[in-house]
Design a protein around this ligand. Structure first.
Ligand code: HEC
Length: 186
């Protein structure tokens, strides 16, 4: 018995030591795999969601109006389709255009507001008439930022999406809109 005890002990110790070591290295391997997986998921979700989520944070619905979502507007469309296709109603309220109730930009009643913009001493644009002012506002929104409204909210790429005919038709329509009851609000 006294001889057996130490021998049992001797045999037992290296064995259990070895299994404990094995268990410990297996645990270490699993921890490494888990850490690796967490890092991988983190990096992948950053790569996938990061760039897509970043620009849409400030104005989620408005930021969705990217050039790829707006088709070419040829000018042959009916008047309301010109505006709807271009996405103007997302930001502007436009009398006579169904569903145009946007509030990001000013209500488009240029017959009333156009002359006020042109007379504003802060106006530095090239427009001499309301029609020219409207076309300039669409092609180069930074030429004059309507006081009280955010700069850079209105897209700057409409020149690539609207034909000259479409632009002209829009300007002719917008320049005759007024906020007086006689406006074609119906
Ligand atoms: C994403 C929002 C947004 C969209 C889409 C948008 N606009 Fe604007 N627009 C604005 C804002 C904001 C302003 C005021 C700030 C400025 O002058 O840039 C503005 C200003 C204007 C003005 C000057 C108005 C005034 O009272 O002097 C005109 C004209 C205009 N937009 C026409 C259009 C037309 C036409 C379209 C569609 C082809 C359009 N906008 C699409 C946001 C938008």
């Amino acid at each position: 018995m006294p001889h057996q005890e130490p021998s049992q002990h001797d045999h037992g110790q290296p064995l259990s030591g070895r299994t404990r070591e094995g268990r410990r290295s297996a645990e270490r391997a699993w921890t490494l795999i888990l850490v690796g997986l967490v890092l991988l998921v983190g990096v992948l979700s950053y790569v996938w969601l990061g760039p897509a989520a970043a620009p849409s944070r400030p104005r989620s619905t408005v930021a969705e109006l990217t050039p790829s979502r707006v088709p070419l507007v040829t000018g042959s469309e009916p008047m309301e389709q010109l505006f709807i296709k271009a996405g103007c109603p997302v930001c502007h309220s436009i009398p006579g255009i169904p569903g145009a109730q946007g509030r990001v930009g000013p209500r488009l009643v240029l017959g009333s507001t156009g002359p006020i913009r042109l007379a504003d001493p802060r106006y530095r644009g090239k427009g001499k008439t309301v029609r020219e002012y409207v076309i300039e506002s669409i092609l180069d929104p930074g030429a004059y930022v309507v006081p009280g409204y955010p700069d850079r909210a209105m897209p700057r790429w409409y020149g690539q999406k609207l034909s000259a005919e479409a632009l002209d038709k829009m300007a002719v329509y917008l320049e005759q809109l007024t906020d007086e009851p006689a406006s074609p609000r119906r």
